[in-house]
Design a protein around this ligand. Structure first.
Ligand code: B3K
Ligand code: ZN
Length: 884
């Protein structure tokens, strides 16, 4: 395993201008004929041509029609003697899709053949310069049995199709846009398509298709609607039109991640395509909309302009996540629903990216080195990368950002570029902005790892009627980076009076007050801001909308937080104040041996939110949901998962009991009548009703009352949609009700054969709040369930990741059995699918912060995995970093 460094980048020694691929498709033995037009890169010294190749067998190599000698070196195919002028290179090779359990390259799923090439899967199909800065025009001919593979797809436009002898047929595709090999795709399978013709603003007609297995067609309506909405949105918001006559989405049941943006032929995990009200939850519907959007938006941010090298991954991923977040927000149609989406995104960031930034895999948004690039498709590259783009938008404004995007496409369309190129475009289009003035310093967000800490102190001076705010930042050390330079941090803020009034803002030196909210741009280790004409001591509301990905300590007392919870005009900070009140109490309980006893001040405040006549149901749901165990762990130097769990469960129960009548009221008030619609308002009502039901079942369990579990069971049976059915089921499992077991059994019987729903069945059981170790025992039994398989990534995740990642108290056991279970699964899975195994191995990133005895057993488990001789590079890199 070799460490690849960003600073070692050199341009390729050869360019491949065009590729003509012919596939004789067969699961056991697929023949690939690869004809390339190649030329030397005149800017590089003359040298042999080294082509990537992995798990494939070459049968012949021709240069300008003549066979040439070649050799293998470091897993590459090397040709030493080549003409100086452009030449044609033909390579024939063989691959075996039915043996490909890694699901990278060409593989089999459900009887069909599919590809996944990002990041380095194309080399598992044929020999190539498999790097994103080599862009070629592809022509692809697929030949296969017509009965087994009636549908033959590749990128671009269909130019020819027809019959062949022996029951075979063929299809020829041409993609006019030069692209890197990671965007190549082919599909050969027995599929059907939902089709939709659309006309874009320029008057051009386009064909949209969503391909699924026979029988799944009625589950594609939402995906198609999401695709149409994506096309319309990108054209309206960024003036980026659909550039292909045909745009296809194909769903596949075995897939390593969510979806893939192959040019014109997106390949999706079925999870992000298939939905009916009876089988998919509101969260699934929202996920489909956002992933369909994400992949579609990649067509410009990723495909038209791609990455020069994989260190620049956030160039396309951070930007495209930002775009899909904006899309989802714009789709909600209301200001509060936008805020709810923002809260959800920030929760996700804190839940996954913050721990990543604090653990063994911490890396900058633009990493400096990697062993296995697949290990760097991380929350840092994606979600923190999106926050960096969002900060740019905050600094230049929405219109300024749109101008920057336009300039970016003017400069770089059709090229493979860097994060610097992007940031420079946004700055150059806004020369008078704070971003342009401070660009080199701002770019530390790309180069420094770790979540910056921001501390604020306010001082009110009554005689001078001034309020002085000090903002202080510092970065924590991360692997390979002990010192951090100050960042440019946009801090959106306002001052709130204790009566709830938003105070007009006037900084010292300004002629008059203007507005009640502004963005302070912190760029020193410490900056001071003095507001004048302030009559009474205000409560500062800082980092509104989470304007920067930092951990803020504002030193606010409970009384201040209560003011913000009641009055902050910024819904994000209003939610945050509620979370902070809960967090303070939980952390106090975890740090002491006293049992947690909830005070009336807190429960009354939450009751007021729950009963509030104007707040949205979705907002109430988020505010009344306690901070997760993972987020709590993030606040602690030494993490005791059992103590965290006990404290949080205790608070949940007390909240359930204290607000009992209010939960009952909320449950009744938030029933959604009529047919199912996944819109934000209905979804918000359902989530609040389901939370209420869970709380009511919890309270009932504590005092032996069976009315609410009975109602939950009834609702589970009668539910008209999956959101309510699963909500009721989880109210039963979450309260360890006796009715949980029969309900689970019934659920399984009802949905037997629907893989995505059975995934939910596994995941629900694996994430049930632990009680007496029984949840872990059940998860272990489920390993032996006939429906369980490690080979299907969704299924493996639904049990293993659900338990190890999303159920800390079931996983971190005093007897170490959870850690041993993890080690066994990683070793087992590594032999099948290293990429997936490496992803699951990440649950140990933060093992060193665990309290004893968890720390010792985690360490032992890591060492057991490390001791395995033939570990993949993927898993070895993760484990190696954890043990460093
Ligand atoms: N670009 C792909 C991710 C590929 C992951 C390879 N290990 C999906 C996406 O981000 O849209
Ligand atoms: Zn992406």
């Amino acid at each position: 395993a070799q460490l690849i460094r960003r600073e070692d980048y050199t341009a390729p020694a050869y360019w491949i201008r065009s590729v003509d691929l012919t596939f004789e498709l067969d699961p056991a033995k697929t023949l690939v004929i690869n004809r390339m037009q190649v030329e030397r890169n005149a800017d590089q010294p003359a040298q042999p041509l080294r082509l990537h190749g992995e798990d494939i067998t070459v049968t012949r190599v021709l240069v300008n029609g003549d066979s040439v000698s070649f050799r293998h070196e470091d897993g590459q195919l090397v040709i030493d003697t080549l003409p100086d002028t452009p030449f044609s290179l033909e390579i024939r090779n063989i691959c075996a899709p039915d043996k490909n359990t890694k699901l990278s390259g060409l593989y089999q799923s459900g009887g069909g053949l599919f590809t996944q090439c990002e990041a380095e899967g194309f080399r598992r199909i044929t020999y190539f310069l498999d790097r994103p800065d080599v862009m070629a025009v592809y022509t692809v001919t697929l030949r296969a049995s017509k009965a087994a593979y009636p549908v033959l797809l590749s990128n671009g436009n269909l130019v020819e199709q027809g019959e062949l002898p022996n029951g075979k047929h063929f299809a020829k595709w041409h993609d006019p846009f030069p692209k890197p090999s990671y965007l190549f795709a082919l599909v050969a399978a027995d599929l059907v398509a939902r089709e939709q013709h659309i006309r874009t603003r320029s008057g051009k007609d386009h064909l949209l298709q969503v391909y699924v297995r026979r029988g799944d067609l009625e589950k594609t309506e939402h995906a198609m609607n999401s695709l149409i909405a994506s096309v319309v949105w990108d054209e309206a918001r960024f003036k980026l039109p659909l550039d292909l006559e045909r745009f296809m989405i194909v769903a596949v049941g075995d897939f390593n991640m969510g979806a893939m943006e192959n040019k014109g032929l997106n390949i999706f995990n079925t999870k992000f395509v298939l939905a009916t009200p009876a089988t998919a939850t509101d969260v699934d519907y929202a996920g489909i909309e956002s992933v369909v959007g994400h992949e579609y938006f990649h067509n410009w941010t990723g495909n038209r302009i791609t990455c020069r090298d994989w260190f620049q991954l956030s160039l396309k991923e951070g930007l495209t996540v930002f775009r899909d977040q904006e899309f989802s927000m714009d789709m909600t149609g209301s200001a509060t629903a936008r805020a709810v989406k923002r809260i959800e995104d920030v929760r996700q960031l804190r839940q996954i990216q913050f721990p990543e930034d604090a653990g063994s895999m911490a890396h900058p948004v633009r990493p400096d080195s990697y062993v296995e690039i697949n290990n760097f498709y991380t929350a840092t590259v994606y979600e923190k990368g999106a926050e960096v783009v969002r900060m740019m938008q905050t600094l230049v404004g929405r219109d300024g950002f749109a101008r920057g995007m336009t300039l970016y496409f003017e400069r770089f369309d059709g090229q493979a570029v860097t994060c610097d190129d992007f940031a420079q475009s946004i700055a150059d289009a806004n020369p008078d902005s704070e971003l342009a003035r401070q660009l080199p310093q701002f770019k530390r967000w790309y180069s420094q790892a770790g979540t910056p800490r921001l501390a604020s102190r306010g001082r009110f001076d009554a005689p001078t009627r001034t309020y002085t705010l000090s903002l202080e930042q510092h970065g924590l050390p991360s692997p390979g980076q002990s010192e951090k330079e100050p960042y440019v941090i946009p801090v959106a803020m306002g001052l709130v009076g204790r009566d709830g009034r938003a105070i007009p803002l006037q900084l010292e030196g300004e002629a008059e007050a203007s507005g009640t909210e502004r963005v302070l741009v912190l760029n020193q280790p410490r900056n001071f801001y003095t507001f004048v004409n302030v009559d009474v001591e205000p409560v500062p509301s800082l980092l509104r909308g989470f304007s920067a990905p930092v951990v803020l300590n504002d030193h606010l007392a409970d009384a201040d937080l209560l003011v913000l919870l009641q009055h902050d005009p910024d819904p994000f900070n209003r939610w945050e104040a509620g979370q902070r009140l809960a967090l303070n109490r939980l952390l106090a309980a975890i740090g002491s041996d006293e049992p947690l006893v909830l005070d009336a001040g807190f429960t009354d405040a939450l009751r007021a939110v729950l009963r509030h006549p104007e707040l949205d149901a979705a907002f109430k749901d988020l505010t009344l949901t306690l901070p997760s165990e993972t987020y709590l762990a993030e606040q602690l130097q030494v993490v005791d998962p059992q103590k965290i769990h006990a404290a949080r469960e205790s608070m949940k129960l007390q909240l359930a009991q204290a607000l009992r009548d209010d939960w009952a009221w909320a449950f009744e008030q938030h029933q959604v009548a009529g047919g199912y619609s996944p819109d934000a308002v209905s979804a918000g009502k359902r989530s609040l009703a389901n939370l209420s039901l869970s709380m009511l079942c919890l309270a009932s369990a504590a005092d032996g009352d069976t009315v609410w579990p009975g109602r939950a069971f009834q609702r589970f049976k009668d539910a008209g949609n999956m959101t309510d059915r699963l909500g009721a089921l989880s109210a039963l499992t979450g309260s360890h009700a006796e009715l949980a077991a029969p309900a689970l059994e019934r659920f399984h019987a009802l949905f037997k054969g629907d893989a995505l729903v059975i995934d939910k069945w596994f995941a629900l059981q694996a994430t049930t709040p632990e009680k007496n170790g029984l949840v872990f025992e059940r998860a272990k039994q489920l390993l032996k369930h006939p429906d369980f398989s490690l080979k299907n990534p969704n299924r493996a995740r639904s049990l293993i990741s659900a338990l190890c990642m999303n159920n800390p108290a079931a996983f971190h056991r005093a007897d170490g059995a959870g850690h041993a279970f993890w080690a066994d699964r990683i070793v087992e899975l590594d032999g099948i699918n290293p990429q997936l195994a490496a992803r699951m191995a990440r649950v140990m990133d933060r093992w060193a912060a665990l309290a004893e005895p968890y720390r010792t057993s985690a360490h032992a488990a890591l060492q057991r995995v490390a001791a395995k001789a033939d570990l993949s590079n993927d898993v070895r890199e993760i484990i190696g970093r954890a043990l460093q």
